[in-house]
Design a protein around this ligand. Structure first.
Ligand code: SF4
Length: 237
């Protein structure tokens, strides 16, 4: 997989002016970055997966808008798509930090070298870990996709940056055995916080998943996961 090169300016597909959910404990704006080479069936941002597109938001315009939010927002989250796919991410983070905002990053960890480059610029990272290693390719649609994701997770556990691991869960995609295996893997890697995000159909392009409706995470399975991984703080959100 290749990062997008020779881009002087971050390519955006839109922004969310206010979120209380995308950066824990902070009022944040979210900038959605274009481009993602993976193909998770539950993706809510399929329109952002293509690196190009006609409705790109202009980063300079987003920066001007953020100037008007100084004192009103705490943080800016770079989300996607996959933000680390773009070479311009580091410079964009620096420009946003210069305005006085904390920096959040949502990543699936598919470009560990790029993540290492921008980690010193991040105050908080939400890292999507899709599945236990053995089931990764089934979720992402990409061969050997666990390798870069786990390399990124290792970077995060060794870095001095706050982070949480997040996993989207749908019963048709991740079985109780998958979830128990993932809990064990995360616990062994000394991940502090795991947020399980039950599937929500809104925005999902997969008709079958959408038709099944929202998923409710079983209490019994949550209890099993907590017993499997006692060192891991697990929440469903
Ligand atoms: S990694 Fe994220 S943006 Fe990319 S396909 Fe999966 S859910 Fe969508």
């Amino acid at each position: 997989m290749q990062q997008i090169r020779n881009e002087e300016e971050l390519r955006l597909g839109g922004r969310m002016p206010l979120s209380t959910l995308d950066y824990p404990g902070e009022l944040a704006a979210v900038l959605f970055c274009r481009g993602c080479p993976w193909r998770c069936p539950y993706c809510h941002n399929a329109a952002l997966r293509e690196a190009g597109g006609e409705a790109d938001e202009d980063f300079a315009g987003a920066l001007s808008w953020l100037e008007s939010r100084q004192g009103l927002l705490d943080a800016v989250v770079f989300s996607g798509g996959e933000p680390t796919r773009q070479k311009a991410l580091g410079a964009a983070m620096a420009a946003v930090r210069d305005l006085g905002f904390k920096i959040g990053l949502h990543t699936a960890g598919m470009f560990p070298e790029a993540l290492a480059d921008v980690l010193p610029s991040c105050d908080w990272v939400g890292c999507d870990i899709k599945a236990p290693a053995a089931a990764y390719d089934r979720i992402t649609g990409i061969a050997n996709s666990a390798d870069p994701a786990l390399a990124s997770l290792q970077l995060l556990t060794q870095a001095h940056v706050a982070f949480e691991v997040r996993t989207t869960w749908h019963p048709a995609l991740l079985t109780p055995t998958d979830m128990t295996a993932l809990a064990d893997e995360l616990d062994r890697q000394e991940v502090p916080t795991w947020v399980i995000q039950p599937f929500q159909p809104k925005g999902c392009v997969d008709e079958n998943l959408r038709a099944a409706g929202p998923a409710a995470f079983p209490d019994e399975l949550l209890e099993t996961l907590r017993q499997t991984a006692p060192g891991l703080s697990i929440t469903v959100r």
